[in-house]
Design a protein around this ligand. Structure first.
Ligand code: PEP
Length: 257
């Protein structure tokens, strides 16, 4: 049986300036013990302006926390005002980059085609995408949530070779559960995560599908994380609001306690 190390990633969204970022990562690092990292990978996805300070702290103090960005341009460079490229993130030694977060899809009209281009750009520059997928409330109410999410997965991974796809992290984030306090039931989250793994098996192979980590995201807190993590196809959490509270995020990392 394949063992997948759970990934607990905090998505800070547009919160914490570069000084607050240092204080926050220091608090996390102080609270987390070496043994916490034995069974769980911990990452923070921070605003672009925080990356340099987080990198400096992580490297100077040899912290085990991984870090990354919340978006990446599909382009390598040039006349794309306001964008940040894969080479720039790679230079800052980011491990991860979130791609296709529902807030990007909703407020910046990101399509599956653009998400696919960004996933390819991330791999081109050695970054691991955390690919975000999930349905809006009306889609779930109409019973089309699985189909909708699988279409997003297929679109995002289009023409991606297996040697890249096998390291992708997929975050299933029902849009109606993000930042709303409404958690998707653990069984409902498992249903979609299992379907995503099934889609990976169909697109690539069962072996590859068994290696890919699939996270759940949407109002994850210390009080609900254990139930979610008990599901066989859920390999971590993408945590928004609760990741801004270091005590709460540490409890989420220690979901087994
Ligand atoms: C997110 O931003 O990806 C997220 C899941 O947010 P929250 O945990 O606040 O619902």
């Amino acid at each position: 049986m394949t063992t997948r190390t759970p990934l607990m990633a905090g998505n800070w969204k547009m919160n914490l300036n570069h000084l607050e970022a240092i204080a926050h990562v220091q608090k996390l690092a102080f609270a987390l013990a070496d043994k916490d990292y034995d069974a769980v990978e911990v990452a923070v996805l921070v605003p672009f302006t925080d990356l340099r300070s987080v990198q400096t702290l992580v490297e100077h103090d040899k912290l085990k926390i991984k870090y990354g960005a919340q978006d990446v341009s599909a382009h390598d460079g040039g006349a794309y005002t306001g964008e940040i490229s894969g080479p720039m993130l790679a230079k800052l030694r980011c491990t991860y980059v979130a791609i296709g977060h529902s807030e990007r899809r909703q407020y910046h009209a990101e399509t599956d085609e653009l998400v696919n281009a960004k996933v390819k750009a991330a791999y081109k520059h050695g970054l691991t995408p955390i690919l975000c997928v999930g349905e809006e409330l009306d889609v779930r109410e109409a019973g089309h949530h699985v189909e909708h999410t699988l279409t997003q997965v297929e679109g995002a991974l289009k023409d991606l070779p297996a040697e890249q796809a096998e390291t992708v992290v997929i975050a299933y984030e029902p849009v109606w559960a993000i930042g709303t306090g409404k958690v998707c039931g653990a069984d409902d989250a498992q249903e979609v995560c299992a379907a995503i793994r099934g889609k990976l098996a169909e697109l690539y192979s069962q072996e590859l599908a068994d290696r890919v980590r699939i996270q759940y995201g949407g109002s994850v807190k210390s009080g609900n994380v254990a139930e979610i993590m008990a599901k066989p196809d859920i390999d971590g959490a993408l945590v928004g609001g609760a990741s801004l509270d270091s005590d709460e995020f540490v409890k989420i990392v220690r979901f087994r306690d």
